[in-house]
Design a protein around this ligand. Structure first.
Ligand SMILES: Cc1ncc(COP(=O)(O)O)c(C=O)c1O
Length: 329
């Protein structure tokens, strides 16, 4: 951004498009297709994946989102993600631009146009443009956006060697905001930045009662000394679709998962620190072991059998389970 010694140009449409393309060529991205209800269609040129600045999702954070995975040409667990999307919309007092079926169909069509066989689908609902106020502008039409992209990638070492996490110094979101997948991720962003700056891989929120909450964009679970898989209650954190599915899979396959039982309850930090294994769970990370928390090793400081077994169960479910929608490429 240079302004010294020159008058800022007043751009025409062509120049603006050229600048948007120049921006993308300076910083290549892996976005394969983008649907916008405001454009009434799909674009595949990342330079065209834009929305009006005055949409309240941009300047007030009045919007929600969710993310599902595309695995080998099929969309995994979309209906669970859509259920949560609708819950988030309701909690955020956002109007829907159409029916659930229409949004589902748009997501599937956008995935098909992208030609991407492995990656992520992220979709947003916005309050819409029309003013710089707080409450939705008069006549604002809610926006629905769908992005098909490569997905978040994490280092292989997270799975082979395990992650190192730290207790964040940032306060956990109040339950209503933690349970709503809104575009207000400031605490999550700050937590992750803080952890990286301190030489860790990620952070962990602890609630006001001293119970474990969640991580930046993933849930946290533990294996107790007695072999029980324990997960924090979902009344003060996001209901992770991956966690919910893994809890089901672990209950159904206790032997394969190497667990003696499954519990969802408050987990005091002091108890969590004595656990054999600590797991990070989410659509992008899937299942990864944490082997160090602050200055303390978890278990014997090596990835444990449960994290490996749960990753395998999840990967099977993502490839050949009963929650897959084939993308009509
Ligand atoms: C704050 C937070 N917690 C947990 C999760 C894990 O949820 P899921 O398994 O649905 O990806 C996410 C990711 O969406 C998240 O952003």
């Amino acid at each position: 951004m240079t302004v010294e010694g020159r008058t800022l140009p007043l751009l025409d449409e062509g120049q603006m498009l050229a600048e948007l393309r120049a921006l993308r060529s300076r910083q290549p991205v892996e976005y394969s297709a983008f649907y916008s209800s405001q454009l009434n269609g799909i674009v595949t040129d990342p330079a065209l994946m834009v929305l009006p600045f005055d949409d309240h999702i941009v300047h007030r954070g009045h919007g929600i989102f969710d993310t599902a995975a595309i695995v080998a040409g099929q969309i995994y667990d979309l209906d669970a993600h859509l259920d949560r999307f609708l819950l988030s919309a309701d909690r955020s007092k956002l109007r829907l631009p159409g029916s659930r079926e229409q949004m589902r169909d748009i997501i599937i069509q956008t995935a098909a146009v992208s030609a991407r066989r492995d990656g992520s689908i992220r979709y947003w609902l916005s309050s819409g443009p029309g003013s710089l106020e707080l409450t939705p502008a008069r006549g604002a039409e809610p926006g629905f956006f769908v992005m098909i992209f490569a997905g978040l990638s994490y280092p292989e070492r997270w799975y082979t060697e395990g992650l190192r996490v730290m207790t964040t110094t940032y306060p956990i979101k109040a339950p209503l905001y933690a349970m709503t997948k809104a575009t207000n991720y400031l605490p999550n962003v700050l937590m992750q930045m803080e952890a990286k700056e301190a030489g860790f891989d990620n952070g962990v929120f602890i609630d006001e009662d001293g119970n474990v909450g969640e991580s930046s964009n993933m849930n946290v679970a533990f294996v107790t000394r007695h072999g029980t898989l324990v997960h924090p209650k979902f009344d003060h954190i996001l209901s992770g679709c991956t966690s919910l599915r893994l809890l089901e899979l672990a209950r159904a396959h206790r032997d394969r998962a190497h667990v003696t039982g499954v519990e969802v309850r408050d987990i005091p930090v002091a108890e969590a620190r004595t656990c054999r294994e600590m797991l990070l769970l989410g659509s992008s990370i899937k299942v990864a072991p944490a082997i160090q928390w602050d200055d303390q090793a978890i278990g014997d400081g090596k990835p444990g059998p449960v994290s490996k077994a749960l990753l395998q169960l999840l990967e099977e479910d993502m490839r050949s389970g009963d929650r897959l929608i084939p993308v009509p490429y």
